[in-house]
Design a protein around this ligand. Sequence first.
Ligand code: UDP
Length: 249
Amino acid sequence: MSGHTDMTLVNDEGIRIDGRRCDEKRPIKIEAGVLKNADGSCYLEIGKNKVLCAVYGPRECRPRHLQDPTKAIIQCKYNMETYSVSDRKRPGTDRRSVEISKLISEALSNVVQVELFPRASIDVYIEILQANAGTRCAGLTAASVALADAGIPMRDLIPAIACGKADNHVVLDLNKEEDNFGQADVPLAIVPSTDEIVLLQMDGNMTREELDHGLDMAFGAAHEVYDMQKAALKKRYSEIEKKEGATDE
Ligand code: UDP
């Protein structure tokens, strides 16, 4: 988020580097139940981001000293693969991935009915296979689908998407160039049934008016992502039904 570049991020016609208008999100693909061994899973693409999420649990929490006698804990591990970006990235955990894991697990704790599973752990693994900005939003969006696919009781799903500012335009769903050279990046995650905000960060600077406009776009887009999450789960359920029908006969 340098805000200084010779690169044109939004041209005079209001078109962005990847051909989108300012209020357009990238193409999204969501598939539930892609991993056999996991209790629940999801594969998600948004633009050039590719994310895989696997969920295990509720299961006995290890190490035991982390167990909570009143509720389950959500242990999330966000990992950006070394091959997910073109610049060499050191493998393994770094400060950024620890922070993202924590904020995703806190966001999910708002919707998972953790009080139903005292002492248990719900383990959420998020692997970023290809990154192009917006991976925390993509990971969180995939995680709630994977949790639902695992049959874990939840109040709602969580769709997430960013808004921000590039070349003095308020934009939706920033790509890598806009994230690097734009003026602001604001990832947002919501609980659609109540419009509660469960994640909101801001890096850069925007006026109050610009932020209001950006959040309006991001809320609208998050509701569209929500419809895609539900459609992916419905598709998964009908596939399971078909399989069960075939074995019944
Ligand atoms: N990125 C990278 N190397 C890193 C961290 C990030 O190339 O070590 C890229 C990657 O494309 C990522 C983007 O920078 O999606 C923006 O990173 P940020 O920390 O803002 O998180 P994100 O937008 O992915 O949630």
